[in-house]
Design a protein around this ligand. Structure first.
Ligand code: 5GP
Ligand code: ZN
Length: 114
């Protein structure tokens, strides 16, 4: 996906503050953080929305979710609490069409979300 922003970050063509990287997953700090911790965890492979996931991706999604929990632990916000969000399509406010799990925490978070 040549013109996808997050694919460019995955390929290190656009700089990002990288938190974690392995063969399949990249985590980096959101450029416009909504809380003291705001990290995006993405698959390295381009997947546009949750609707494009298949059963073959179950392991990958598990790795992404567990990576969010590990980063929360490492940041010391696990016991206090944190939020993980996949926004999908227009009504949820998805702006980058390469799936990304938002890890948000480090402050008290309101519910329901706006
Ligand atoms: P969405 O609205 O699609 O769920 O979330 C996209 C997120 O990507 C937003 O929180 C936005 O701040 C973040 N973002 C957009 N462009 C960049 C960028 O170039 N670098 C980084 N690190 N984050 C970005
Ligand atoms: Zn992409």
């Amino acid at each position: 996906m040549g013109d996808c922003l997050f694919c460019k970050i995955v390929r290190h063509e656009i700089p990002a503050s990288i938190e974690y990287e392995d063969d399949r997953v990249l985590a980096f700090n959101d450029v416009n953080p909504q809380a003291p911790t705001h990290v995006l965890i993405v698959p390295k492979r381009h997947i546009a929305t949750l609707s494009e996931l298949s059963v073959e991706d179950d392991q990958l999604v598990g790795e992404i979710v567990r990576r969010a929990a590990a980063i929360a632990r490492a940041r010391g916000i696990s016991a206090g609490g944190f939020r993980t969000v996949f926004n999908t399509n227009r009504d949820a406010g998805q702006t980058v069409f390469h799936i990304h799990l938002h890890l948000i925490g480090g402050r008290s978070l309101g519910w329901p979300p706006g």
